[in-house]
Design a protein around this ligand. Structure first.
Ligand code: PLP
Length: 382
């Protein structure tokens, strides 16, 4: 669709084709398609090859929203991250990644990546403006998250791209927390944009999915790997994700505004020690957030004033947010990263990263903000 068209119009109409005069694209619940003389393996129409009408509509829509030439959907965010990294970096190559990462990505890089013959090292996220000094001769890519999990730090994104390209390496980014409504990494020159589409893109906590987006030629090797390893998104999940994306703009606009209001509100509660939200003026990366992002997102973290046991008690008093990992859905979710997403990182390493045992991560949902405030006041102001 014309790039000048508004975000919501593109989220609704991009990639859609009309079948049998149906306004909504049907689910093509078939694993294979009748052969029509295709000569290339990847042209054969077959579910695992990610080329069915449900895949095509979704991939075209996501590429349009992320302003990339091409996009590929996968069976989970981790399938997107692992295949993208293995496809982009050959054996013997080195990946330089920020140290504040989603736990699953962190484990993969620490535990599995070397097994596949790739090297990895981490740089402190706070030091992203001096990332050059961490490069190695064989660095093939630099990897960051737009807004880091769980402390919501924002690296110097322009610098990351400039340094990577000067060195002949790729700039790779996980844009899950921002979503394409708040930020398009391709605008700054990022080569590969990744998502856990399980979160904001789908937005309804009922699908696991991932995205790899970038230039066509860049995605070719990753697409081949996804077709060979097989983490394909099934047609029904494609349909649900496509449906979720149609309201992405409306949802994220509301997440942005509720999270900002709640972040300010939480600061005034007796049992809240410190609030981390890039939209707050005292957040260390607030200036960067204002420069790079169109909205600050729906994630808020805070340190509890008290012991982890007292914190568990306070969390159990909440009536609205579910205590659960994950994020980006219509319902608010609250979790202690030290017991969920970052539990596999040693306590010493967590301390070094600033992830305290009494740190809370909140995915602010779309419930009425007045109800959320009442709920947090009752649980955290005693
Ligand atoms: N990236 C980020 C920032 C995440 O928070 C997550 C999951 O929580 C993932 C990637 C992995 O996504 P998935 O659970 O869909 O595999």
């Amino acid at each position: 669709m014309d790039k000048k068209t508004g975000f919501n119009t593109r989220a609704i109409h991009s990639g859609e084709k009309v079948f049998e005069r149906a306004v909504t694209q049907p689910i093509f619940q078939t694993s294979t398609y009748i052969f029509e003389g295709e000569a290339q393996y990847l042209d054969v129409k077959y579910g695992r090859l990610n080329n069915t009408p449900n895949h095509q509509a979704l991939q075209e829509k996501i590429a349009d929203l992320e302003k990339t030439e091409d996009a590929l959907v996968t069976a989970s965010g981790m399938a997107a991250i692992t295949t993208a990294l293995l496809g982009a970096i050959q054996s013997g190559g080195h990946l330089l990644a920020q140290d504040n990462l989603y736990g699953g990505t962190y484990y993969f890089l620490k535990e599995d990546f070397p097994y596949w013959g790739r090297e990895v090292s981490l740089f402190p996220t706070e030091d992203s403006s001096s990332v050059e000094k961490y490069l190695r001769k064989n660095t093939k890519a630099i990897y960051v998250e737009t807004i880091s999990n769980p402390l919501l730090k924002i690296p110097d994104l322009e610098k990351i791209v400039a340094v990577a390209h000067k060195h002949g390496a790729l700039a790779i980014i996980d844009n899950t927390f921002a979503s394409p409504y708040n930020f398009n990494p391709a605008d700054l020159g990022f080569d590969i944009v990744l998502h856990s589409a399980t979160k904001y893109l789908n937005g309804h906590t009922d699908v696991l999915a991932g995205v790899v987006a970038g230039r066509k030629e860049r995605l070719a090797d990753i697409r081949k790997l996804v077709c060979h390893l097989g983490p394909t998104l099934d047609p029904h999940a494609c349909f649900l994700l496509n449906r979720g994306i149609k309201t992405l703009g409306l949802r994220v606009r509301e997440h942005n505004s509720s999270a900002l209001e709640l972040a300010h509100f939480l600061r005034g509660l007796k049992r809240v020690e410190r609030v981390y939200y890039p939209g707050l003026e005292d957040h260390p990366d607030h200036a960067r957030a204002k420069r790079f992002l169109r909205g600050f997102g729906g994630m808020v973290s805070f340190d509890y004033k008290g012991s982890p046991d007292e914190l568990e008690l306070a969390m159990s008093r909440l009536r609205i947010p579910f205590i659960a990992p994950s994020l980006g859905g219509v319902e608010s979710l609250i979790t202690r990263p030290s017991t969920t997403s970052h539990s596999g990182i040693s306590p010493d390493e967590r301390t070094r990263l600033g992830i305290k045992d009494a740190l809370v991560r909140l995915s602010v949902g779309l419930e009425d903000i007045s109800d959320l405030k009442d709920d947090f006041r009752e649980a955290f102001d005693a």
